[in-house]
Structures are given as C-alpha cells and as structure tokens.
Design a protein around this ligand. Structure first.
Ligand code: PHE
Ligand code: NA
Length: 453
C-alpha cells in the first residue's frame, strides 16, 4: 500500500479514541485481577515490578501498536500484511496478527464469565439478597452461583449479548457513543468508592500493603505475572488497541494519547486497590484470597459497614461498566477482520463472532460446574484460556510487536507514523529495540526455569 488508504471508520471526536482505548484498558484487569494478584504475590514488591513493566514495555509497545493500526489501516492481520508490504518484509509476519486476534477472542470468552459474576452481584446487591448474610453464607452464594450452569451461563450470555449489541452498531454509533457516557460514569463511581474507603476503611493498612515493598517476596512467578498483567491491563498484543488505532485520524499525537491511556489505566488500578484493600483490612479479612477476593470478601465487608448496600451497588455497577467497555474492544479485531475480508456487514460479522464467542464462553463456564472434572494437565478449560493468553500468547505476541516495530518494519515509516521529535524517537527506538525485548525475554526465560538449569 503506497497511497494512504482512507478508512471508512474514524472516531468522530478527538476524545473518541482516548475514551475508547481507556475503556478498553480499564476493566476487570484493574479492579478484579490487579488487586487479587497483588494480594497473591505479596503486595508492594509486585506493584513496583508491575509499574516498571508498564513503563519499560507497555508504553513503547502501545505506541507501536497504535502506529501499526493507523499506518496499516486495518485489523491486526491486514495491518501487519500492509506494513510488511510497505517495508518489503515477509508477509508471513501476519501470523502474529492472527495470534493477537485469537488472543483477544480467547480472553473475551472467559472475560464474559467474570463480567457475568459482576452483573450478578450488581443484581444481588441491589435486590438486597446479600444483606445480613454471614461470611460462610456469602461464600456459599458465590459457589452456588457457579455450581448452577443456568445461572452462570445466563449471566455470561447476557454480557455477551450486550457486548455484541454495542459492537454491532458500529465504531461510531456503538463503541464511541457508549464509551462517551460509560467512562465518565465509571470514574465518578470510583472516586466515590475511594472516598468511602478513606472514611470507612482502614486506609493506612491498605496503603502500606500496596506500597511497602519487600523484595524477598518477589518470585519468578510474580515477575511473569507482572509482565503478563502489564500486557493484559493495557489491552496489548490482543488486537484491541491496534484495531482501535486503525480508526485514529492522521495528525493525532500517538505519544500523548498513549501516555494518557497508560496513566489512566495505572491510576485506576492503584485506586481500585485503594478502594478495596482498606475495606478488606478494616473487616479483618485476608488480602490473598484469590479470584474470589471481590466476590466473597468484599460483600462481607459491605455487609458490616454503614450504607454498605448502597456502596456495594455502586461498586458492582462500576465494575460491570468497566468490564463492558473492555469486552467490546476485545472482539473488535475479529469483527473488523470479518468485515474487511469477508465483505460482511457489521451486523452480520457481529452475529457470527458473537455466536462463536458464546459457544466458547459456555464451554469455559462449564469449568465451574458440570465440567468440574474435565481437566487437562491439572487445569480447567477456563484456567487454560487465562493461562495460555496471559502467560504465553501475550508475551510472545508482545515480542513479535517489538521485533516488528524495532527491526522489521522500515524505520522511516515508523518514524513518520509516530510523529515524534528526534529525541523522542531515539528514546522510543532504544526502548523498543533493547529495553522491552530484554525485559520480556528475561522474565519469560526466568519463569520457564531455563535460567536455573
Ligand atoms: N485491559 C483489559 C482489563 O484490564 C482487558 C483486555 C485485555 C481488554 C485485552 C482488551 C484486550 O480488564
Ligand atoms: Na486494564
């Protein structure tokens, strides 16, 4: 592609991309996963490594992905094909476009199950069915919901349907118009939650847990989790940011938008930690209770606190909205690819992608009930989806993005697209050529245990 193609879809407003990309980034990763993995890997030391990964790997890679999308004007597979052609490189590099698109699809197929938990807790909080329950009873409610495939599947189906409904309406009418009110709404709710944690929780215990670091608590496992989470939380190596970037008008600063999104995402993760841990500690609960942290421990805490039901509703409304704005971004690459290559309408592409997604999600959902015994190498299908994407596909896809941006694609092309000052470009190139790959490879090798052979 020599002449710059004019895409059919562009964000309507300057804020369209920022809101949509921030909506993609800010999600269950920030509010559900970040607090519980921080709890599992011991708090502050993990947070520090995670922040380093965001800066050293996440930011440069996000800039590269947005540039790929905007220059290649397409979903990951098509964009990489176009850029390889423009650079005279092997078009087979597009295989990493496939991996990215598949990662987005696979993540979404378990993400809708977790988002379903959030929707169901919003409902349970609002209807008062959690009030006055003991700790044991609340644990039982979470488990009973999972044990019932109709309940768990029903909520995941609802999330899938809402997601596809928004996506089917198109980039401007669906995605952009929905994030325009969902994102500000979510931020307001989060600020209220922080205020609540400040006044009613054990703020200082939460603060120390998040920010006091003890290096001895760091394990290889924790390092890889921090790296994988940096990709996950910024929606990288999964087609989401790249595809949203393909709708970005020429002339918007990629560096500035990247920093805006990365900072917003990091702030929300830290703020979510500051909203959750003080409440957990104030009620004498364990921060390292795993994925159930916000579904079992938090409702217990709300039950014991003033206006707990009200703030519980607010919390799960916030979480559900955050999940939804991420979900719509994960399927965008697939839907865009179907419309680009199969000349399908947006609605038809959304139906096809949605039904396929729903089938995989239902299978993932069964890991909690009927398929509790269906394990492969000790892991359920649900766990495999999470493990494969965040421990393998994202780091590998991330290395591919780094290699493409730093070595394979024409540097004049990347430079032109990024539109940085001479110094800014040199810094980005240094990060993408040396710092990011070294971090990714070192952590990866360490976690595989190769360094200890
Ligand atoms: N970034 C989202 C979150 O933190 C998850 C996500 C991953 C979204 C990959 C899009 C693509 O919840
Ligand atoms: Na995130």
């Amino acid at each position: 592609m020599t002449a710059r193609q004019q895409p059919k879809n562009l964000w309507i407003s300057r804020w369209g991309f920022i809101l949509a990309a921030t909506g993609s980034a800010v999600g269950l990763g920030n509010i559900w996963k970040f607090p519980y993995i921080t709890g599992e890997y011991g708090g502050g030391a993990f947070v520090l490594v995670y922040l380093a990964c965001i800066l050293a790997v996440g930011v440069p890679v996000m800039m590269a992905e947005i540039a790929f999308g905007r220059r290649g004007r397409g979903s990951p597979i098509d964009a990489i094909t176009n850029l390889a052609r423009e650079s005279g490189a092997n078009p087979l590099w597009r295989i990493f476009g496939w991996i990215a698109m598949l990662a987005g699809f696979m993540i979404l197929s378990f993400y809708v199950v977790v988002a379903g938990w959030s929707f169901s807790y919003l409902w349970k909080m609002a209807s008062g069915s959690l009030s006055g329950q003991s700790v044991a009873e609340l644990g039982g409610i979470f488990e009973a919901g999972n044990a019932n495939p109709w309940a768990l599947g029903g909520w995941a189906t609802l999330v899938t349907a809402v997601t596809m409904l928004i996506v089917g309406r198109g980039v401007q009418e669906g995605v952009e118009k929905s994030v325009r009110w969902m994102m500000p709404g979510m931020v307001i709710m989060l600020l209220i939650m922080i205020g609540y944690a400040l006044t009613s929780g054990n703020f200082s215990a939460g603060f120390h847990f998040l920010f006091d670091f003890d290096v001895t608590k760091l394990t290889s496992e924790g390092l890889l989790a921090a790296l994988g989470h940096a990709f996950f939380t910024l929606s990288l190596a999964s087609g989401a940011i790249l595809t949203y970037g393909s709708y970005l008008p020429a002339g918007t600063s990629i560096a500035r938008t990247t920093f805006t999104v990365a900072i917003a995402d990091t702030l929300v993760a830290l703020m979510a930690g500051l909203a959750i841990f003080p409440i957990i500690f104030a009620n004498g609960m364990d921060p390292s209770s795993g994925p159930g942290l916000i579904f079992m421990s938090l409702p217990v805490a709300f039950n014991q606190m003033p206006f707990g039901q009200l703030f519980g509703v607010l919390f799960f409304a916030m979480l559900s909205i955050a999940a939804l704005t991420s979900a719509i971004s994960m399927i965008e690459a697939t839907v865009a690819w179907l419309t680009e290559n199969r000349s399908m309408s947006r609605v038809k592409a959304s139906w096809i992608a949605g039904v396929a997604l729903w089938l995989v999600a239902m299978f993932a959902m069964l890991s909690f009930n009927l398929g509790a015994e269906w394990k492969f190498a000790g892991k359920h299908f649900f766990d495999w989806l999470d493990y494969l994407t965040s421990r393998w596909m994202m780091p590998i896809g991330g290395i591919a993005m780094v290699v493409l941006a730093g070595f394979v694609f024409k540097s004049s092309m990347m430079r032109d697209e990024l539109g940085l000052s001479a110094g800014g470009y040199r810094l980005w190139l240094f990060m993408i050529r040396y710092v990011s790959p070294v971090c990714i490879v070192a952590i990866f090798v360490d976690a595989l245990g190769l360094a200890h052979l």
